[in-house]
Write a protein that binds this ligand. Structure first.
Ligand code: CA
Length: 482
């Protein structure tokens, strides 16, 4: 639910591969300010805003709407993002090192939080790192302007009216300074990237100053995250799960929700990824195959599901899980799983993304600046670069191959990728990852404009596409479209 996650992910939005590609983002609409002000007058007296005093309402009602949030609301990401691209940006050496530092700095606080909520420190750190880059990326959109605009225009007005009222209640109570009320376009804010309703339900004051300040207080933010996970059914003392190895010839579909006992999985012949016996430390576990049968495989328990509930995407939950493991091990030297992803062109880290951007700038491509986020501008430039040099496919994707092409041969080489059968990765046809059920559910609840991206070739079976939605629980998510 954080802006940085969204930027990161939506940033990878692909331009369509065909030359007729259109930018997926619509133009910002014209919004009548008189209509907006009339709407706000009506809201002020509506039942949803009971509990918001008129001083607060009048003080923070925006002078004009912000059309860019309507633009974001209707953004149909046409991008394709492989799970390995997603994970490599969210769990890179830099983020693991930041996490290890954070664990040392906040160790005492994390232990106190663990004793109160029963949540393992590294699990809290995993969420913090993925949600807000350990408090470094909170989002800059003024919340009242965003939520008031979304309350008066386009779809989902009723939902956003509730969030606008809740945001006003938060400043009215004095939890957060009005100037700190900035966040994602959809209203998620603070180091935990809670929506205002989630804040009112689950934020806690852990540093004891009487305010639940998820923007400036790390103890409040970390404890609120633990409280959220606890509220969603976290099981103290359990791992989230672990990477496993499937027996030769095994076939199964990814189905995290179909939980079985560890004895069941042992009888099926599954082992830990290193070949060791499965430990009996999960009450029950489901099999997660993010890239099908040939990629890394995982058994995941209830605690994985609590990560999932933070942002309904299995890949997102896996990023939290994997980051938390690496922080536990305090080892940033290797961020891959034991089993390689089924590709010969793995994803890149944020530092590598910056290197690519710098190389594009040096080559004369106007991509704005270097931010480590592969957005539309960067992808367009990559595609142009590929086209001009006859690189096929000219897909605009920034992977390890393109990194080596443009940054040079000094790039760390990750030449040979093999799957668990010892074959070159990608040698076998991939099993498409099954639909993410919650994602589908949310998807059905939202309006999806028909989109018809043109591709010069069929999308590969292992391609996963996302769109951004706000769920019924108020959380902004990237959901997978299958
Ligand atoms: Ca506090």
């Amino acid at each position: 639910m954080r802006i940085s996650t969204l930027s990161l992910l939506t940033a990878a939005i692909g331009i369509s591969i065909a030359s007729t590609a259109q930018a997926a983002k619509p133009d910002a609409p014209y919004l009548s300010n008189s209509e907006f002000q009339q709407c706000l007058d009506g809201l002020k007296n509506s039942s949803k805003f009971r509990g918001v005093d008129s001083f607060t309402f009048n003080n923070y009602r925006p002078n004009e709407p912000d059309p860019s949030v309507i633009q974001s609301l209707n953004y149909q990401p046409e991008f394709q993002k492989d799970v390995w691209d997603y994970l490599s940006a969210l769990v890179d050496k830099e983020r693991v090192e930041d996490g290890i530092r954070a664990k040392r700095q906040w160790g005492d606080t994390l232990r106190q939080i663990e004793s109160r909520y029963g949540v393992k420190p590294e699990h809290v750190l995993g969420v913090w790192g993925v949600e807000s880059n350990f408090g470094q990326t909170l989002g800059k959109k003024p919340l009242f302007e965003s939520l008031a605009t979304l309350s008066c225009f386009d779809r989902r007005q009723s939902y956003f009216q509730g969030e606008f009222a809740n945001a006003l209640k938060i400043v009215q109570r004095g939890d957060i300074a009005p100037s700190d009320m900035t966040g994602s376009w959809a209203g998620a804010f603070g180091q935990t990237q809670f929506m205002p309703s989630t804040f009112l339900e689950l934020a806690v004051d852990f540093d004891g100053d009487g305010r639940r300040d998820l923007v400036n207080s790390v103890p409040d933010a970390l404890a609120s995250t633990a409280n959220f996970l606890d509220n969603r059914g976290y099981r103290s003392g359990e791992p989230w799960g672990y990477e496993v190895k499937l027996p030769d010839g095994y076939w199964a579909a990814s189905d995290r929700k179909n939980k079985k006992s560890i004895s069941h999985w042992r009888n099926q012949g599954l082992t830990l990824a290193n070949g060791g016996s499965l430990p009996y430390d999960l009450n029950s576990a489901g099999l997660l195959l993010p890239a099908g049968i040939d990629g890394p495989a995982f058994l995941v328990g209830k605690n994985f599901d609590t990560f999932y509930s933070y942002n309904a995407s299995e890949n997102y939950a896996l990023a939290i899980a994997h980051l938390s493991d690496l922080i536990t091990r305090e080892d940033s030297s290797k961020t891959d799983f034991v089993t390689a992803w089924p590709t010969n062109d793995p994803g890149i880290s944020r530092q590598q993304a910056k290197d690519i951007q710098q190389a594009l700038l040096d080559a004369g491509y106007d991509i704005g600046g270097v931010d480590g986020i592969i957005g539309d501008n960067t992808r367009t430039a990559i595609q142009q670069y590929q086209t001009s040099r006859g690189i096929f496919p000219a897909d605009g994707r920034a992977g390890q191959n393109f990194y080596r092409t443009i940054v040079g041969s000094t790039a760390p080489s990750r030449t040979q990728y093999t799957n668990q059968y010892g074959q070159p990765a990608g040698a076998r046809p991939l099993t498409p990852a099954p639909a993410d059920r919650m994602g589908q559910l949310i998807q059905r609840q939202t309006t999806i404009a028909p989109s018809a991206p043109s591709y010069s070739s069929p999308a590969p079976a292992n391609t996963v596409r996302y769109r951004r939605v706000v769920g019924g629980d108020g959380v902004t998510r990237l959901v997978r479209i299958d």
